[in-house]
Ligand binder design. Structure first.
Ligand code: SAM
Length: 276
């Protein structure tokens, strides 16, 4: 019988956040695949668990992924952990889950610590609809392009960021979203120096120019406020139909195009067009 892959989240700062189920899964797995075996060894020592570890990270994931899949198919159970938080969320694991799913292996994700959800819930921003954007590129051009693709985004946007890149990112965000856009900077979550700064992009730039940022950050940025489009009137429709007919369109085609352009029902445009 084939084994299984368990995705085991680990604390993002506070060791007390490891759950009973995660601990039991680590104890019962045949082997643990870890992003950095040294980091995971510390956690396992803390938990008093002795287990065989294999490394699985960005630069060996292709060959190690095949090997892990073969071991699971042969009947072993693997627990995947990353350095902190939920595996496969901006962490190695995404590929392994795909590979296991393709091989017909059952994958079980245990819920637990994840910086994106912890930050969103504490941010004070709207939580009803949100999008997770992961890390922005370190290259200015692609970072700007990524942000520009989010100009009209009305959902709350969440980004992971490293402290040494924070100021550049905030400056680019202010240039694209405007300095008044609200942001919650969630720092060192679950750790001793946990801090949430609820402010605007412009004020955040001032703050971190004065005091260079330290620690791990999640940025929770408010979405754009949707701009109410003014509804076109029948008079607007009549004027547009007249213009299109002058340009050579038949009345029927001018009505059709105007209805589409002004987002009005065709019969309303048609009635207005009869005045033309
Ligand atoms: N898989 C992890 C998760 O579930 O959150 C994320 C891993 S990603 C490589 C690391 C990034 O997560 C950091 O650069 C930071 O943006 C964010 N992060 C992780 N722990 C954090 C913490 N305690 N406080 C704030 N941000 C944190």
């Amino acid at each position: 019988m084939a084994g299984m892959l368990y995705l085991v989240p680990t604390p993002i700062g506070n060791l007390g956040d490891i759950s009973t189920r995660c601990r039991e899964t680590l104890e019962q797995a045949d082997f643990i695949a870890a992003e950095d075996t040294r980091v995971s060894l510390k956690l396992l020592n803390h938990l008093g668990i002795k287990k065989s570890l294999v490394s699985y990270f960005e630069h060996n994931k292709t060959e190690k992924g095949d090997m892990i899949v073969q071991r699971i198919l042969a009947g072993e159970t693997c627990a995947l952990v990353s350095d902190a938080g939920s595996p496969a969320i901006s962490d190695p694991g995404e590929e392994l889950v795909k590979q296991c799913a393709e091989a017909g292996i059952t994958v079980c994700a245990i819920p637990g610590p994840c910086a994106v959800i912890t930050a969103l819930s504490i941010s004070g921003q709207s939580t009803g609809r949100f999008c997770f954007e992961g890390f922005l590129s370190t290259a200015k051009k692609s970072r700007r392009e990524h942000l520009e693709s989010l100009i009209g985004e009305s959902r709350t946007m969440i980004f992971y960021e490293a402290p040494h890149k924070l100021l550049n990112t905030l400056e680019d965000m202010a240039a694209v979203f405007g300095a008044d856009r609200p942001i919650s900077l969630c720092r060192e979550l679950t750790k001793l120096h946990e801090e949430v700064v609820r402010t605007t992009l412009g004020a955040a730039i001032e703050k971190y120019t004065e005091t260079p940022p330290k620690g791990e950050f999640v940025l929770v940025v408010a979405g754009a406020v949707p701009v109410e489009k003014e509804k076109a009137t029948p008079a607007d429709a009549a004027a547009r139909v007249a213009q299109l007919m002058e340009e050579g369109l038949s009345r029927k085609d001018a009505v059709k195009q105007t209805a589409q352009e002004l987002d009005l029902p065709k019969n309303v445009v048609y009635d207005a067009a009869l005045q033309v």
